[in-house]
Unconditional design. Sequence first.
Lengths: 131, 131
Amino acid sequence: MKTINLTTQRQAVYDIVRDAVDHPTAADVMNRLVERGHSFAYGTVYNSLRYLTDKDMIRELKLGETASRYDARTDDHQHIVCEACGKVDEVTTAIPEEWLARVAEETGYEVEGAHIVVEGVCAECRSKRKK
Amino acid sequence: MKTINLTTQRQAVYDIVRDAVDHPTAADVMNRLVERGHSFAYGTVYNSLRYLTDKDMIRELKLGETASRYDARTDDHQHIVCEACGKVDEVTTAIPEEWLARVAEETGYEVEGAHIVVEGVCAECRSKRKK
DNA sequence: ATTTTGATTTAGAATAAGTATAAATCTATT
DNA sequence: AATAGATTTATACTTATTCTAAATCAAAAT
């Protein structure tokens, strides 16, 4: 029961997220749609992002900023944010199962997964800083 | 250079956070202040929470909800959220340094730390569910 | 004791992100 | 062509938070 109905609007939103090299916010998606000659209502963009998220075609990221970001990679992975320039990169090194098991033991929860936002300074910012 | 100037308002806000058994939002803090007979402006509560956060007397938690939560424990620890009831508990099991080192290696970042939100189902919700 | 200065609080307006709603439009099926 | 169902649009609303200007407070200097 997972029929996917990709309307023009949803397809266009999906294309933006998939073509992005960064992790755009809803507002970013809006702007890029305009750049490509589209003009959808805000509600439509939010609806589309939610629809695509529900269908597991994209992922919604809550990285601690006010606005959600979106990612076309839906496999299990985490993110790292540069404290200096705000850039967001992917982290594919998996969380140790062992750690999750210990958390389950500590808390009495049945652990489903974890969202991790690593903080650090990216290579470029580090080299700039040294000057 | 870390003089701490605890005005009546800041002290009262701090007391609320410190006395809380949960992790209150700014709105929760407002309500509890009123319960204790105070009546501060919203701006004051937000200013106080930021002030206390800056002075490392409390911690601001961004757990993926729209509103920030606050925690009087400032030592390094993580949080686990129940997907069923929304309850938030503390996780003190530390994330392995080894994992952070591997993330640094993968991304080229200098890793400073990580914010982790574990998701799961708490013991109470699990037993309710079984019925 | 009074003035000055700087910090803080207040009330309320402003902003940002996102949701809700109702009418209009589109799409597929009868 | 008519109906039903889903989607889009425009716009109003909500929530969380920040900003602003005026009022108040507190400490230091006169």
